[in-house]
Design a binder for this molecule. Sequence first.
Ligand code: UD1
Ligand code: UDP
Length: 389
Amino acid sequence: MRKMPKRVLVVFGTRPEAIKMAPVIQALRSSPDLFRVTVAVTAQHREMLDQVLSLFDVIPDYDLDIMQEGQTLFEVTTRSLVGLERVLKEIRPDIVLVQGDTTTTFVAALGAFYFQIPVGHVEAGLRTGDRYAPFPEEINRHLTGVLAEIHFAPTARARAALLREGVDPESVYVTGNTVIDALHQVVRADYAFREPAVAEAVKSGHRLILVTTHRRENWGEPLTNAYRALKRAVYHHPDAAIVFPVHKNPRVRQTAAAVFARCPRIYLTEPLPYGEFANLMAKSHLVVTDSGGLQEEAPALGKPVLVLREVTERPEALAAGTVALVGTEEERVFTSVSRLLTCTEAYRRMATAVNPYGDGKAANRISAALVHYFNLGPRPDDFNPAGET
Ligand code: UD1
Ligand code: UDP
């Protein structure tokens, strides 16, 4: 008798989840005889989510549209959970897939558990070991891992972290990170920039410092200090310019507007569509960020990354030397940026392209792992860039 395709419900809510889930949706939809995919978005983000949905042609089957200006963790948690109950009841999926460490991720996993539906966790096993950094993401990721039955660890280190916590090795697949699949789809040598400020910055010939920030633990003084350092660095280096697509979070926008008002060679823009952003990163000299995803993408493009944090759950590029943790203290950020702008050798050491996070085939491995999980095919080989045995 012909088997029915497995019903897969993919749930996400924010920009980075959408970028990292789009390749998974594409991979699963390319096997309609095996998988029937339904997409539900909480829309914890609105405009920043919609930018990604339209780029990757993903039309959600359910859109809970929960975002509110300045929303609290309590609001995101409860509005998502209540909205997902109906979706889960209607679809009754064979598995729910979630990605990463946002509140949507944790809540969707919790909702699935309440219906005793298995959860697959994409980008499982990242840990800092500090429950408040990143906050609340470190604990969201732990909790999602506890709720999940199948774990798609991007790297061998992430797998090892899960095994240390007692996770069944059989349930962990090392897949690479799907963000590299997404990056491969959009970065082009002949890309033509559409955003006027970005086109102007790229054309100016200045060495571009690409900046993004949003982490909760950096709100307020830490961000102010880091921004001041960046402003000073650009002032001291007339051949450098900053391009800073400012996150929609009002806490970030207020600080950015206050510190960077009317500064020459500092381009503040709205959040950029992913294609525009990734290609800008490819044209940048260096990246200064507190984002998670950028720590994975920039090394693949050979761009040094200074991370405005004291800890990272992504140690692989740190070990490879292309990422450095610089915190948010003004003098340290200023010195670190200045050093990369003045010392060719320090820059060269960090500007080596490394791909510890993926080879562009992570989504296919996730699809193959699901085939294995449902006893429909063999276990796929793990992603193993270093060829370790
Ligand atoms: C969220 C995630 C964080 C993730 C980040 C990616 C949680 C708790 N936080 O943080 O893990 O790294 O997204 O960017 O899950 N806003 C808009 N339009 C948008 C998006 C946001 O106006 O498209 C504004 C709204 O005022 C909203 C606020 O930003 O209330 C905060 O959004 P929220 O998702 O709660 O937190 P982020 O800081 O974006
Ligand atoms: N990004 C984007 N436009 C922007 C800034 C970032 O498309 O203006 C992409 C970036 O390439 C990365 C992701 O958004 O893939 C990172 O999102 P964010 O920093 O919001 O979240 P995090 O990765 O820290 O969870």
